[in-house]
Each structure stands twice: as structure tokens, then as C-alpha cells.
Write a protein that binds this ligand. Structure first.
Ligand SMILES: Nc1ncnc2c1ncn2[C@@H]1O[C@H](COP(=O)(O)OP(=O)(O)O)[C@@H](O)[C@H]1O
Ligand SMILES: [Mg+2]
Length: 380
């Protein structure tokens, strides 16, 4: 067993975590099959292999003391022989990667998932959707992210047009009338559990677009979100990080409530903002837990903060298909405190290529400035 810390997944989340581990003086080894992933530039530390490659996993675990992951969409079976060294645990990975298990777990422990029905593989999803009632959203049980594998079903024609099969079967959900989306990251080691401030998340085309801090929702609701996030982390016995995504909205029954949408046992896209907005970033928090270094409570710096996503569309609007971005517009935005470009070589629409963080006097101004900055980058 080596002394390094392992990361399964070398996307931007894995990269920022690796940077935090660097700063604690820890070596990292990363498994990442995609040669255009952000971590591919960390030569020497990257094993270019698929996550189900048993030989590569053997080599990886011979070099690392513990390993974590930057996505829950990993095959869990090949990791079983190394379960004792996964942080969070294999069980946490299994529950959070499977929408059906996740929702069943939440309901069983007294949390509030969105009203749903599980449709196992091979069962007739179309009949199940009509029986569940429309409108509904059908989500593939396994493998979805950024709205992929989801079908919004408003009319019987939508039901007829949807695919019959999905990885792991389907979960049908009622469509909430959404007011706000929130997320809360819990950092939990043996002795302590802390929550980060609650993030307010604005999505576009099912992809996180802006994260705003402090969240512009009732403090009592934020307290509830923190308590639920801590409760879920405890119920799952998470070591490491757990991000809980929430909906504030009203269901078919007319009840307005805080619903748990989904769980991500890892650093999260909405937590990028913590690198500037908080005394401890989500990446530093996980790096400390993985390294056995004490963790202190993350606190929010004063002011309003906003993280804005930079999708491939921004590069395409500049007539570039990848590489550096023309950042000359930054001159007029001294309140943009950071731009982070992930180094992916190929820009595609909706591909997450970078992000930036704005600090302003309040959250609403920060969000407005983020929109204005991105519009300028896109030449609008
Ligand atoms: N039941 C629902 N009611 C209303 N909007 C939803 C519902 N489920 C998903 N959405 C919208 O789609 C987005 C992505 O869905 P989510 O379940 O979080 O999947 P992903 O794994 O792609 O993030 C959510 O952030 C939300 O904006
Ligand atoms: Mg989501």
C-alpha cells in the first residue's frame, strides 16, 4: 500500500481536489480514461485507464492509502475488493449512484424525496407513467447527470415517444412547481460534521448555471436544509463529503416543502464558489479528511458571491473550439475575483469548460454582475 491519495476521476472536480492535496504536501494518483480531461496535464500522476479495468485498479490501490471519487457514476463492482480503502464508502457510492436506492433510503429514514415511483428494468415504463399520472419526469436510475437520461412527460404522446429502456430502469417523479434549488455540502470525519453555507443554484437546460451566496431564501429554510443534510450524512454514515441537492417547491398535493432531490457523496459543482467565498473550500475540506488532518468549520466571508459556469458555448461564441479564452472583458469587471479554465482542449455546447467567481455587496448584485460578465465574454 502506497502513501498517496487516490482519486477516481480526473475531471475539474478531481483537479481542484488534487490541487488542495498538493498544498497539504500529499502525492496524488488519479485514474482517468479521457485524454482530454482536466487532470491529464498532471503527467506522472494519472493512470489512463477505464474505471472497470481490474489490472489498473490493482496498480492504483497499490500506490494509494485511501481513494475517493469525483463522480458517483462509477462501476461499483470492480471496486469491491478495495472497499476498505474507499472514502466515502462503497455503500455510500452504491446508494447515491442509483436513484431508486437513493429515494428508498431517503424515505425509509424519514427524509422527504420528491413523490416518485420506481420502474425496474424490463417493466412497462409507459404503462407505469400513465398510472403514475402526468406531468412527470422519467429519470434513468443509473448514470444520469446534467439532465441526461431524463424525459419530461406532459402528454400521452411524450410517453409514447420515450425510450422503453434505461440503464438500471426508471424512476418516475412528479414535476414540482419550483421556487428555488438549494444545495448543502456536509464535511464529516470521525469526530466532527460541518456544513458549508447553503447555496442557491440556478440552472439552465438542467445544467448548473449560477450558484449564489448567501442563498436568498428564508433563514429558517436554510437551517432546515443544513439539518437535513447533516441528518442524511449521519444516516448514511458518510466519511468525507456529502452534497445534498434540494428543491423548494410545491407538489401535486399542494404542499410547499423542502424536498431532497439527489445526493452526491463528493465535491460538487455548486461548491466551486467556496474556494473564494469561504474560509475553508470544499476541496480543502475533503483533502484534510482524506489526509487525517483536523478540519475546522467553514465560514462564509462577508459580501455577496456568485459562481458562473463557463460552458463550451462561450468559446464557440468567441469563434474558438478550445484553448485559451479571450478574457479582455475582465478589465471592466474588477468584482470578478477569479476565473478558472479547466484546460479541456475541445469546446462543445454545454460542456463545462471553466467557471468564475464574483464578489459584490450582496447576492443579487453578484448574480447580475456574473450574467453581465459572461454576456460580455460572449460578445453580447
Ligand atoms: N421533479 C422535478 N420537478 C421539477 N424540476 C425538476 C425535477 N427533477 C429535476 N428537475 C430539474 O432538472 C434538474 C436536473 O435534475 P437532477 O435530478 O438533479 O438530475 P442531474 O443528475 O442531471 O443533476 C434539476 O436541477 C431541476 O432543475
Ligand atoms: Mg442534480
Amino acid at each position: 500500500m502506497g502513501e498517496a491519495i487516490g482519486i477516481l476521476g480526473g475531471g475539474q472536480l478531481g483537479l481542484m481536489l488534487a490541487e488542495s492535496l498538493d498544498r497539504l504536501g500529499r502525492d496524488t494518483v488519479i485514474v482517468e480514461p479521457d485524454p482530454d480531461a482536466p487532470c491529464s496535464t498532471r503527467r506522472g500522476n494519472v493512470l489512463a485507464a477505464r474505471f472497470d479495468d481490474a489490472n489498473a485498479l490493482q496498480i492504483f490501490f497499490s500506490r494509494v492509502e485511501v481513494a475517493t471519487f469525483d463522480s458517483e457514476n462509477l462501476p461499483s463492482m470492480p471496486l469491491a475488493p478495495f472497499a476498505g480503502r474507499l472514502v466515502p464508502s462503497l455503500e455510500v457510492l452504491r446508494v447515491s449512484q442509483d436513484r431508486a436506492l437513493e429515494k428508498t433510503f431517503l424515505a425509509k429514514h424519514g427524509f422527504r424525496p420528491v413523490k416518485h415511483a420506481v420502474v425496474p428494468r424490463g417493466a412497462d415504463v409507459r404503462a407505469a407513467a400513465l398510472a403514475f399520472g402526468l406531468p412527470a419526469i422519467a429519470k434513468s436510475t443509473l448514470g444520469g447527470y446534467d439532465g441526461k437520461g431524463q424525459h419530461r412527460l406532459t402528454t400521452p404522446a411524450d410517453v409514447a415517444a420515450m425510450p422503453a429502456d434505461a440503464p438500471g430502469g426508471w424512476v418516475l417523479e412528479e414535476v414540482l412547481s419550483l421556487e428555488t434549488e438549494l444545495s448543502c455540502v456536509v464535511a464529516r470525519d470521525g469526530a466532527n460534521a460541518f456544513t458549508f453555507p447553503v447555496f442557491e443554484n440556478l440552472h439552465q437546460h438542467h445544467i448548473l448555471d449560477l450558484t449564489v451566496l448567501p442563498a436568498r431564501v428564508d433563514p429558517a429554510l436554510q437551517q432546515e436544509a443544513r439539518a437535513v443534510a447533516l441528518g442524511v450524512a449521519r444516516a448514511l454514515d458518510v466519511k468525507g463529503l456529502l452534497t445534498v441537492e434540494f428543491f423548494v417547491g410545491t407538489g401535486r398535493d399542494g404542499v410547499r416543502a423542502l424536498y431532497v432531490n439527489e445526493l452526491a457523496p463528493r465535491v460538487h459543482n455548486s461548491g466551486h464558489v467556496t474556494r473564494q467565498a469561504c474560509t475553508v473550500s470544499q476541496f480543502d475540506a475533503l483533502a484534510r479528511i482524506l489526509s487525517g488532518v483536523p478540519l475546522n468549520e467553514p465560514r462564509l466571508h462577508t459580501g455577496g458571491w456568485c459562481m458562473g459556469q463557463l460552458l463550451g458555448d462561450v468559446w464557440l461564441a468567441q469563434g474558438r473550439d478550445g484553448g485559451p479564452l479571450d478574457l479582455s472583458a475582465w478589465r471592466d469587471f474588477p468584482d470578478v475575483v477569479d476565473v478558472y479554465v479547466y484546460g479541456k482542449r475541445h469546446a462543445r455546447p454545454n460542456r463545462k469548460m471553466g467557471h468564475f467567481v464574483v464578489r459584490a455587496d450582496d447576492a443579487t448584485t453578484a448574480a447580475e454582475r456574473a450574467r453581465a460578465f459572461r454576456a460580455r465574454l460572449m460578445g453580447r
